[in-house]
Design a protein around this ligand. Structure first.
Ligand SMILES: [Zn+2]
Length: 317
């Protein structure tokens, strides 16, 4: 039934998440340990949503639709939205102009403020593409259109029903986890692209290579994901190992949490922990090359030699 046996892990995650939800609602109530675990499972829901959108888990259409619905209610947004914003846009433009989720829309900086404001800013700018996709489906593919609408319906009924049952519990066990799920995946997108070089073949993404990949379906290995979006998550580490040598070492982070602590907190006091923008470095180089070219055209051959000589190597930490 499963397209890849490795997705037994996704099925186990789905069972754990559903069980934790029921157990908290019916028996346990608020237990900080269980609740933290549940919020972590909400983060995994976002990752599973990403995986399932690229490569539906099941061979059966019905099981895929049921999984779409399950993911939608735990993710907190109709998951078809990934198709126009992620599959068709982000993967094509890869953080270049026109990508709805560009990391430098408001600022070229990479600090705590740009990090925490990114999910709202990016989420807002993705809405137009979602509605345009819906409009397009309505005209071109009625079946797909109704499947999208069914996700809205399932989500509204899910949230509405639990709010009616007990609004306080619904806030704790439905709405907050959904927001955590939505927020976390946009944070992932931000840290995976910010200050990388969107025009580079190998350095367009930051990779996280450590233990979190075991928990989060190898989601930290982002360069290879852009090169082979249809590759199943279980095959990604092997493919990453083949290309890792091409990636600038500054874009290979072992620990996600060390990157977060270092770049967004310690960097406030310790400048060497701030990331350098490879994108800005590239733009500076391009600007220098342009100036070089334009002055050669005015100043003749002698000047040309001076300007087109070897450029200093750019240090990016
Ligand atoms: Zn993707």
């Amino acid at each position: 039934m499963l397209r890849y046996n490795a997705d037994i892990k996704s099925v186990i995650y789905i069972i754990i998440t559903s069980s934790l939800f029921v157990a908290q609602w019916v028996w346990i109530g608020m237990n900080p340990f269980i609740y933290t675990w549940f919020l972590f499972m909400s983060v995994t829901v976002a990752v599973m949503t990403h995986n399932h959108n690229h490569l539906p888990m099941w061979r059966s259409k019905t099981l895929n639709i049921l999984t779409d619905w399950w993911l939608t209610v735990f993710y907190g947004f109709p998951i078809f939205a990934w198709i126009p914003t992620h599959n068709k846009n982000h993967h094509r433009l890869n953080n270049r102009e026109g990508d709805h989720s560009i990391t430098y829309r408001i600022s070229e900086k990479n600090n705590f403020l740009t990090l925490i404001s990114y999910p709202s800013v990016s989420g807002y700018h993705q809405q137009k593409a979602i509605f345009e996709y819906l409009k397009e489906m309505k005209q071109t593919n009625k079946e797909k259109y109704w499947l999208c609408i069914s996700q809205y319906a399932v989500l509204v009924i899910w949230i509405g029903a639990f709010l009616l049952l007990d609004w306080q519990k619904a806030l704790l066990y439905v709405i907050i986890p959904q927001q955590v799920s939505l927020f976390s995946v946009l944070i992932f997108n931000y840290v995976q692209h910010v200050h990388a070089n969107e025009e580079s073949e190998w350095n367009h993404s930051r990779n996280f290579t450590g233990f979190l990949n075991f928990l989060l379906f190898n989601n930290g290995l982002h360069t290879i994901h852009h090169h082979k979006a249809g590759l199943h998550w279980s095959k990604v580490p092997e493919a990453h190992a083949e290309i890792e040598k091409n990636i600038d070492p500054s874009l290979l982070e072992r620990s996600f949490w060390w990157y977060i602590i270092r770049s967004y907190f310690l960097s406030i006091f310790i400048p060497k922990f701030r990331t350098n923008s490879m994108r800005l470095e590239r733009m500076m180089q391009e600007e220098l090359a342009r100036k070089g070219k334009s002055s050669t055209s005015f100043n003749g051959h002698e000047e040309e030699e001076k300007i087109t000589g070897p450029q200093p190597e750019v240090q990016v930490s």
